[in-house]
Write a protein that binds this ligand. Structure first.
Ligand SMILES: Nc1ncnc2c1ncn2[C@@H]1O[C@H](COP(=O)(O)OP(=O)(O)OP(=O)(O)O)[C@@H](O)[C@H]1O
Ligand SMILES: Nc1ccn([C@@H]2O[C@H](COP(=O)(O)O)[C@@H](O)[C@H]2O)c(=O)n1
Ligand SMILES: [Mg+2]
Length: 240
């Protein structure tokens, strides 16, 4: 959808629209950013607003994404969930994906990016939370090349290893990788391949580091103001 739509900024600045029309459109955009998950005026925006959500296994990415979706109307795309869906649908890559997940390794980027692309293109939303991606420099570069976009912001849920292990081991969702052997491998992969990506976005000034220890609500109190700020900068981007 976001590839096909017209630019809102050109619509607003069009010589035919009166000042009161422009004010009304601005108001509607503002409302749509907080209340509409799909469609509406937000769907006229040409470029998507992309948030990457990073953190080690069990750091609480998925849990916080649910709250961001409820409050700010984003579409949540969990790379891990998309890969698990491929396994469940018996796709041609399913066996390879399952083996990679059990080993705690990273699935080849073109496979994961293709799944993310398909979801983005079939969505009416323009605001995406991409959870658990990019996990490596290869993931990051592949997304930029295939999707042709960079994230607007990156969230990093910083959590001590001991806490992450405890959370994953008591998650109880039947995941094949929630066992101590795979968790150790995932933690190694996180340190070796994912931390460099986090440093990359820190150097670019896009990283928001969140202390992921505390209750779910306490953590969301750190997340909330980040998206309040983004609403303003997103509006400025599309309206100027
Ligand atoms: N702040 C918190 N305090 C205690 N437990 C939490 C907190 N946030 C999430 N959890 C629990 O920890 C487990 C892992 O959380 P979640 O699935 O959100 O992590 P994740 O970062 O998405 O992990 P993964 O990368 O493995 O998918 C879940 O059982 C969740 O209910
Ligand atoms: N970009 C990604 C994301 C995930 N994987 C694989 O899926 C596993 C589970 O991911 P979660 O985000 O749900 O924890 C992960 O350990 C990887 O094996 C991936 O390859 N690439
Ligand atoms: Mg998750």
């Amino acid at each position: 959808m976001w590839r096909r739509v017209i630019s809102l900024s050109s619509l607003i600045s069009s010589s035919k629209s009166t000042l009161s029309n422009q004010a009304a459109v601005r108001l509607k955009v503002w409302e749509s950013l907080t209340t509409e998950a799909k469609g509406g005026i937000a769907s006229w925006v040409k470029t998507p607003f992309i948030t990457f959500v990073l953190g080690g296994p069990g750091s609480g990415k998925g849990t916080q994404c649910e709250k961001i979706v409820e409050t700010f109307g984003f579409t949540h795309l969990s790379a891990g969930d998309l890969l698990r869906r491929e396994i469940a649908s018996n796709s041609k890559d399913g066996t390879m994906i399952l083996k990679t997940i059990i080993e705690g390794k990273i699935v080849p980027s073109e496979v994961t990016v293709k799944l993310i692309k398909r979801e983005m293109e079939s969505s009416d939303n323009v605001k995406f939370l991409i959870d658990g991606f990019p996990r490596s420099e290869e993931n990051r570069v592949s997304f930029e090349q295939i999707i042709g976009a960079e994230p607007n912001i990156v969230l990093y849920f910083d959590c001590p290893e001991k806490e992450m292990i405890e959370r994953v081991l008591s998650r109880n969702q039947g995941r094949v990788d929630d066992n101590i052997n795979t968790i150790k491998k995932r933690l190694e992969v996180f340190e070796a391949l994912s931390l460099p990506v986090i440093n990359y976005y820190s150097n670019k000034g896009k990283l928001h580091k969140i202390n992921a220890v505390g209750t779910v609500d306490e953590i969301f109190e750190q997340v909330h103001p980040i998206f309040d700020m983004c609403k303003v900068s997103f509006l400025v981007t599309i309206l100027i």
